[in-house]
Design a protein around this ligand. Structure first.
Ligand SMILES: [Zn+2]
Length: 220
């Protein structure tokens, strides 16, 4: 099992209308009515539910789960303002931000609480009140991913963001000797950016970062 029994029990206990479905293979699939109550710091308390399918890949937490909303409660619009991916899964955030959040605890419950609930909370508010996406409006697709990495790395240029991804996909010893992509003039191993890159390199494989650097819009 890719998650612990305690983690599974807590998830099914917290979300009693979700059920584990049989699959061929080592991934896990949950389906059902996902009912939640959430509140953000300055936002309203929201109680809502969505029919969802949650797929936890073999390799979790170093691979990112996918979630689909299966009852078309979330509008699929051309503008993509509800953040639905081309494969109809929910766009829960940029890949690195998701890996970073999931790996803090490495549990299904942590993924649900830190990635899925905040997303559905934002969707609920938008459905009820309209306006912008509550979590802070990231552009959809590649521009949103790059904007998010700008903030995560503290780097402005897209070219240097890609360089940073490449360095995370390179052996630490070698990467830390390279010139820092934040343009500080130091080596990466001497810049505070290394705290971010060293944390992120633990979240998944080096090859994942190499592939992500080649095509940041494709998430696998
Ligand atoms: Zn630097």
């Amino acid at each position: 099992m890719i998650i612990s029994k305690g983690d599974l029990r807590k998830f099914l206990n917290d979300y009693p209308f979700m059920a584990l479905r049989p699959t061929k293979g080592n991934h896990l699939v949950f389906r059902g009515d996902f009912q939640f109550i959430a509140k953000s710091k300055n936002g309203p308390e929201i109680k809502d539910s969505f029919e969802v399918k949650i797929e936890i890949p073999n390799g979790f937490p170093k691979k990112i789960p996918k979630v689909w909303e299966t009852n078309n409660k979330i509008p699929r619009t051309e503008e993509g303002e509800f953040h639905i991916n081309p494969d109809d899964s929910l766009c829960l955030g940029s890949p690195l931000r998701l890996l970073d959040k999931i790996n803090r605890k490495g549990t299904l419950v942590a993924f649900i609480e830190s990635c899925l609930v905040p997303f559905l909370y934002a969707v609920s508010i938008k459905l009820q009140k309209g306006g912008d996406f509550y979590m802070g409006e990231l552009a959809h697709g590649l521009p949103g991913i790059l904007d998010d990495y700008k903030e995560l790395f503290g780097i402005e240029s897209n070219e240097n963001i890609i360089k940073t991804l490449e360095l995370i996909g390179t052996k630490k010893r070698i990467a830390n000797k390279a010139p820092c992509p934040c343009s500080c003039g130091k080596r990466l191993g001497k810049c505070k950016l290394r705290f971010v890159t060293n944390r992120l390199r633990k979240t998944t494989s080096r090859s994942w970062f190499k592939n992500h650097a080649k095509n940041p819009a494709i998430i696998s």
